[in-house]
Design a protein around this ligand. Structure first.
Ligand code: PAF
Length: 293
């Protein structure tokens, strides 16, 4: 039809050889957006930011078994490759690398892996032991395989972003790590592939997480304790949210910020709603600016 341009399909690489050929065809500064598929508007925003700032964009779609623990939802995780490819085409992604586990781990489970260290053992890591070792191992491999100039990750997975920054710094990966703000549904729920598991009656309960963060952020001028208290009060009034943690932490060390702290901190929450585990966070500037009554 005249005037309407059909999106150009990205090159789909399923093997390392196909990826190498596709990578060689890319010009200029290359950005990567790593995903596990089940793409939504949050991923689309990452692709858009990558498109705006870089010349070429690679998306990876790989459900990484190494970062799922026993009893976690690897088998149930939504697999939607056709819809994912259509979204990548719409967002102008140049190359999609969608390997199977035997392509990424040709020798089976790797004997040598990346250890996330202490930062990987707290918060999410305390509840999902080994999770961040699996994340960092696959991130390292995908960086080696795709050789990008920059890698974009969502702020929604704040601890993951902190750890990837540490990986790149501590092991000299020579890639820019770019954090992209969380995308929210119109009702405030942070976008996540896991939202699909929420029943209609669980969804309003799940909104308690975002409401708690907003309440906490609204008390930022009053200092750390006021922020924690305001957020905690909202969650206490939402018994359907079974809270794993609610913390106000340093953005680099993830240590709780003490009363009297001034500056940027991360207010992060994880809770179960029914059988769905949700995480969310906001960056708050604590102890500064106008008083909030
Ligand atoms: O955030 C995710 O989707 C995954 O942890 C990542 C970074 C793609 C690694 O598998």
């Amino acid at each position: 039809m005249e005037g309407i341009e059909a999106p150009v399909s990205p090159v789909l690489a399923r093997t390392r050889a196909e990826l190498d050929a596709a990578r060689a065809s890319l010009g200029g500064r290359v950005a990567i957006v790593m995903t596990m598929g089940a793409l939504h508007e949050g991923h689309a925003t990452l692709f858009r930011r990558a498109r705006e700032r870089y010349d070429s964009v690679i998306a990876t779609i790989f459900l990484n078994p190494l970062q799922f623990g026993a009893g976690e939802d690897l088998d149930a995780y939504p697999r939607t490759l056709d819809a994912d490819l259509a979204l990548c085409a719409r967002e102008g992604v140049d190359v999609v690398f969608a390997p199977t586990p035997d392509v990424v781990y040709p020798g089976g489970e790797p004997g040598v892996t990346i250890r996330a260290g202490r930062l990987g053992e707290i918060l999410e890591g305390a509840i999902r032991p080994g999770h961040f070792d699996g994340v960092l191992t696959v991130v390292a491999k995908l960086l080696h395989l795709t050789r990008p100039d920059a890698a974009l990750f969502g702020q929604k997975d704040a601890q993951q972003l902190v750890l990837i920054r540490r990986l790149v710094r501590d092991l000299d990966f020579g890639v820019d790590v770019v954090g992209v703000p969380t995308v929210r549904e119109p009702d405030g729920l942070a976008m996540s592939s896991r939202n699909a598991y929420l029943s209609p009656s669980e969804r309003p309960v799940a909104l308690g997480l975002a409401r708690a963060l907003r309440a906490g952020a609204g008390r930022s001028a009053k200092g750390p304790d006021a922020v924690r208290r305001a957020a905690g009060d909202v969650l206490a009034g939402e018994p359907g949210c079974r809270v794993d943690y609610l913390v106000l932490v340093d953005t680099v060390t993830l240590a709780e910020v003490p009363e009297g702290f001034r500056g940027e901190a991360l207010l992060a929450v994880a809770a179960r709603v029914g059988t769905t585990r949700l995480i969310d966070n906001v960056l708050v500037t604590v102890g500064q600016g106008a008083d909030v009554p």
